[in-house]
Design a protein around this ligand. Structure first.
Ligand code: MCN
Ligand code: CUM
Length: 787
């Protein structure tokens, strides 16, 4: 059958059902824990009960007496091979296993290798470690105080300062603030949170001593980058990059938490190399929550300057960033604070300055994960809170204030005061659409009425601008590796294809959407385009899937590679139809002669000819690869409106409605985009009202299990009402922008603004997230609403 409409072949804009779901919904996914190799051993990890302590002694003798326990690996053992330290993706260094000091609660202390998972756990319980606890640094604000221990003398540090970073014009900003008619200021703290994906992290390290070959099955969002890191860290023990194969099969959620290199991976590799057998390590839930990469932990002092009638003029933000004991964020080298400088937001003003200091504390490392677009979550929270704060100060409606200050459509490409070139945008219609759907004016009237009766109702808006798609390689690299991404398409003689990518889906649906892009460009039905990711032996080199970069980079690579093939098909068509290339016209799936549409060749015929009857002098076959280096990032945006009702007796908060209008340019698959937005909104609700990692003054994590760390379920989630506008990206081959993280970026300030709006007439100007019923109840008591 010849299909020739975009819809028939599953091209762009169609809600094709996800190809990968056939196996997922039947329980047939291939996750790392499903891997069982002959002779495979199991690893479990002894973790520190202290946040900061000297290790006096590790006694493994009782553990080694347990039948089935084969080895206990310590930092001293790894030191012999110089494997006890590894680089972080931020060019800091991190212990694989400590030789003398532990730096955070739940840090890896040593590893037990056994024939069974449960025997390994028994071994862990039997290892006796003697510690000398020391007073940890838990509060980032005290990290630089005199008399504090120096946490990283190994780095030649004489204090706990990691880096200072700034962007913008300090002098012009200070001058503007000194003379501004209105200045509003708030301290905005965004606490530590954790992604808590359904699948924890893990691996099977399979070293073949005969071939000196390592196959590393693992949960990673960036297989190639990991392969290179493994070769760099362990090259000296014989792991040469051509003999390292990283395979990331199905992943049960990544959300950024599967970008970093965790010590467990390296220990498993070391164990497999030393013992010569495959070693499996799978974290349990508590290890995942307590020791894996955290997100956020920014304390931001935010100021906005404006005229009395609400023309925003300038922004100033000073941030203290708590990075734990090592900076293991995964930001591009040039951007230690990620894309935080998008904090000027969706508004047109000339002056801004932001500076940040990062410090070491005795907490787990990390600093990027949780659907964050490299710190855009923090940036958007800051600006969107401050715009509401300004509206309150000058007594102007917060929607109107936004409308008046938006960067206008005709101002794009727009140069932001902190150095970005926003590629495109049309902010007013997105906000207007959200206002129309939710009935904004009516809601404001209802709110005024309710206030008269002492009822608490609030309306919160967030009109965010995202920045995703790292990146133009001139500015973006991770550990020196440039942030391009890649696609390789091979079309077989019968016109069916396999395409491979340097990215790695963790649930985003790449097997479907990449096929749709290629289908649209080549006219081959998406169902006949098999998509493969995650195997470094077969996929072209790429930097992986995070920061909503897959569509902007690898999605673009797919389109460009497919266009190379279409060019080849045109040449073959000209040869077969005996006309010149200029005489041919393309319509989805075939070339035909201009003015004589009956003279045509389908893509299937042309591909077959590439193997059976190609013009002399032309290379046989039908394959193309493209490494795409984007000319700019993409700037998706959206406007979200949230309505809350607060019970004035208990402080309990009910989200009555939440309308989300997103603009990610050309939409590849509307159903997948909607799914991304639903999931992302729930992950925005989470930090807004529930999630926070809490430490006591000794650095113990107080909520390191799902009993206490509150992840919202469908019960807590409101009915998300979604919609979109479409402003195509001017520089992407199909006009698409990333979308995966937008909802998590946009939802928290909308929810926080709504709750604060409900309480603003009581004199409340800000509440830090997560805004819990207890926080609200305390405010209601303080304000005398509850007696
Ligand atoms: N898409 C589309 N049209 C667009 C943009 C995107 O149809 N204009 C589709 C894409 O083709 C892809 C999905 O939406 O299938 C997400 O695309 P994109 O925005 O490019 O993001 P990535 O594929 O790079 O995914 C990363 C992003 C990040 S950084 C986090 S964190 C996150 C997120 O995706 N983690 C997720 N969504 C997740 N969804 C699931 N199920 N699991 C995760 O771990
Ligand atoms: Cu910042 S979480 Mo996503 O980039 O994998």
């Amino acid at each position: 059958m010849f299909c020739n409409t975009s819809k028939e072949i599953g091209g762009l804009g169609h809600g094709l059902k996800r190809k990968e779901d056939a196996r997922f919904i039947q329980g047939k996914g291939h996750y790392v824990d499903d891997i069982k190799l002959p002779g495979m051993l199991y690893m479990d990890i002894v973790r520190s009960p202290y946040a900061y302590a000297k290790i006096l002694n590790i006694d493994a003798s009782k553990a080694l007496e347990i039948p089935g326990v084969l080895a206990v690996i310590t930092g001293r053992d790894l030191e012999k091979y110089n494997l006890h330290w590894m680089p972080t993706l931020m060019s800091d260094t991190q212990m694989v296993l400590p030789t003398d000091t532990v730096m955070y609660y739940a840090q890896e202390v040593c590893a037990v290798i056994a024939t069974e998972r449960y025997i390994a756990a028994d071994g862990v319980a039997a290892v006796e470690v003697e510690y000398e606890p020391m007073k940890p640094i838990v509060d980032a604000h005290k990290a630089l105080d005199p008399g504090m221990p120096i946490l990283r003398p190994d780095k030649g540090k004489t204090d706990n300062h990691i880096w200072h970073w700034e962007a913008g014009d300090r002098e012009a900003t200070d001058k503007l603030f000194a003379n501004a008619e209105v200045v509003v200021k708030e301290q905005v703290y965004i606490p530590r949170i954790h992604v808590a994906s359904i699948e924890t992290c893990g691996c099977v390290a399979d070293f073949d001593p005969i071939e000196a070959h390592l196959t590393m099955y693992m949960t990673t969002q960036a297989p190639h980058a990991i392969r290179t890191v493994i070769a760099l860290v362990a090259g000296h023990v014989g792991l040469s990059e051509e003999k390292v194969r990283v395979i990331a099969s199905d992943i049960g959620g990544g959300f950024g938490g599967k970008v970093p290199v965790y010590p467990g991976y390296v220990i498993a590799i070391a164990a497999s190399v030393l013992i010569g057998k495959p070693v499996k390590w799978i974290e349990d839930r508590m290890e995942n929550l307590q020791a894996d990469s955290f997100a956020r932990d920014y304390d931001m002092t935010c100021e906005l300057a404006a005229t009395k009638d609400g023309k925003i003029q300038g922004l100033r933000i000073k941030t203290l960033a708590d990075h734990g004991y090592t900076d293991a964020a995964a930001n591009p080298s040039k951007y230690p604070a990620g894309m935080f400088s998008i904090c000027t937001g969706s508004y047109d003003y000339g002056v801004a300055f932001t500076e940040m200091d990062a410090v070491y504390t005795n907490k787990p490392p990390g600093g990027v994960a949780y659907r964050c677009s490299f710190r855009v979550t923090e940036a958007v929270h800051a600006i969107e809170r401050m715009v509401d704060r300004l509206a309150l100060e000058i007594g102007k409606d917060s929607a109107q204030l936004r409308m008046e200050n938006f960067i206008k459509k005709e101002q794009f490409p727009y140069h932001s005061p902190l150095g970005w070139e926003y590629d495109s945008g049309d902010y007013g219609p997105a906000l207007q659409k959200a206002m129309d759907i939710i009935g904004y004016d009516e809601l404001r009237k209802e709110q005024a009425e309710k206030r008269k009766n002492g009822e608490l109702m609030g309306i919160g808006i967030c009109s965010f601008t995202e920045v995703v798609g790292a990146g133009p390689s001139k500015d973006f690299d991770i550990l020196g590796i440039k942030m391009f991404d890649s696609a390789e398409i091979r079309v077989h003689p019968t016109g069916k294809a396999i395409a491979r990518f340097g990215t790695k889906s963790q649930g985003q649906g790449h097997e479907t959407t990449y096929a749709q892009i290629i289908a649209q460009e080549l006219g081959i039905p998406a169902e006949h385009i098999h998509i493969e990711e995650g195997d470094t032996d077969t996929a072209p080199y790429g930097l992986g899937t995070y920061a909503s970069r897959s569509t902007p980079t690898a999605g673009a690579a797919a389109a460009v590679a497919a266009r190379k093939l279409r060019d080849k098909a045109r040449k073959i068509a000209a040869y077969l139809l005996e006309v010149s290339e200029e005489d041919l016209e393309w319509e989805v799936g075939k070339f035909f002669v201009k003015g004589a549409p009956e003279k045509s060749k389908t893509i299937q015929e042309l591909v077959f000819a590439a193997y059976t009857n190609h013009p002399q002098g032309m290379e046989a076959g039908f394959e193309a690869t493209h490494y795409y280096d984007p000319p700019n990032l993409t700037f998706p945006f959206g406007s979200y409106i949230c309505v809350v009702d607060i019970d004035k007796e208990t402080g309990s908060i009910k989200i009555r409605r939440f309308v989300a209008i997103d603009d990610c340019g050309t939409i590849i698959n509307p159903m997948i985009v909607e799914g991304q937005i639903h999931g992302g909104l729930t992950q925005g609700l989470a930090p807004a009202m529930f999630e926070e990692l809490i430490y006591d003054e000794d650095g113990n994590m107080l909520n390191g299990s799902f009993m206490d760390y509150l992840v919202p379920t469908s019960v807590e989630s409101p009915k998300w009402e979604t919609g979109h506008t479409i402003t195509p990206c001017p520089h992407h081959p199909i006009g698409a922008k990333g979308v995966g993280e937008s909802p998590t970026v946009g939802a928290p300030p909308a929810i926080a603004n709504a709750i604060i709006d409900a309480l603003s007439h009581l004199g409340v100007t800000h509440i830090d997230i997560p805004i819990t019923p207890l926080k609200v109840w305390n405010i209601l008591v303080e304000k005398g609403v509850i007696e």
